[in-house]
Design a protein around this ligand. Structure first.
Ligand code: NI
Length: 252
């Protein structure tokens, strides 16, 4: 079965056919579990509603670096109340994004740090977004040593080694299938099977050969085929390992 450890079915790109995708299309394509990740308070609440509606969907709640500036005053109780939901399995997605810099870096760092500490307080893993902010992300992970995953991993093999040294997982998605993928392929080859999570980040990051189409969790089948080929193992072995890893991290 497919375990998608990172999806955004709250996205407006699913407004037309969300229920059809979630109630029949995905289950018919072997998708057995999905973590829907929040990016702000509204999408975190939406993620929890999806988790209430569909058995195989679980939620992560948190404030993405893009939304940090708009998120208002830090009110830990507001996030803790969301995190207390029985189907909330992580704090995410949280982190740093210096590619877009939609929020000032100082504000991003404050929200990242606070949410790492909150996750540790409520004993949940974190789902980390790191785009072109490897040094500052690493500094905070190393300082706090949280449980969690660095999603849509875009760093080098050296950075992956650092992440593994903390006991964290690495999330791999459509990027390994891209025609110019070099570092993602090296990282996929390097990672031990017991540290890999598979993900889409749908509706974004559509893998080859579906570029240009909306991404959904069924596309993990092609991403997994590519990673299995890189590692010289069967797709079944990879899917089983990734599912076990995700179940262990998220306690599902
Ligand atoms: Ni995402």
């Amino acid at each position: 079965m497919i375990f998608d450890s990172h999806a955004h079915y709250d996205s407006h790109k699913f407004d037309e056919d969300r229920d059809e995708v979630l109630s029949s299309f995905l289950p018919a394509h072997d998708v057995g579990c999905v973590i829907n990740c929040g990016s702000d308070f509204a999408s975190s609440e939406f993620s929890l509603r999806l988790a209430e509606q569909y058995d195989y969907i679980y939620a992560a709640v948190g404030v993405h670096p893009h939304e940090a500036e708009e998120a208002g005053e830090w009110n830990p109780q507001r996030l803790k109340d969301l995190a207390a939901h029985p189907k909330c399995v992580a704090i995410g997605e949280i982190g740093l994004d210096y590619h877009y810099d939609f929020s000032p870096r100082g504000v991003q760092k404050e929200w990242f740090e606070r949410q790492i500490l909150l996750a540790q307080e409520v004993n949940l893993p974190i789902i980390v977004h790191d785009r072109e902010a490897h040094a500052d992300t690493w500094e905070r992970l190393k300082a706090h040593r949280p449980r969690g995953v660095v999603h849509c991993f875009s760093g080098s093999v050296e950075m992956a080694r650092d992440i593994l040294s903390l006991g964290m997982y690495v999330g791999l998605g459509g990027a390994v299938t891209f025609n110019n993928a070099k570092t993602p392929v090296e990282v996929a080859a390097y990672l031990p099977l017991d540290r890999i999570l598979l993900e889409t980040d749908c509706p974004y990051m559509t893998p080859v050969p579906y570029r240009g189409q909306r991404c959904d969790s069924s596309h993990i089948a092609v991403t997994a085929r590519r990673i299995a080929e890189i590692k010289g193992i069967s797709v079944e072995e990879l899917l089983t390992a990734a599912e076990q890893n995700a179940r262990e991290l998220f306690g599902i």
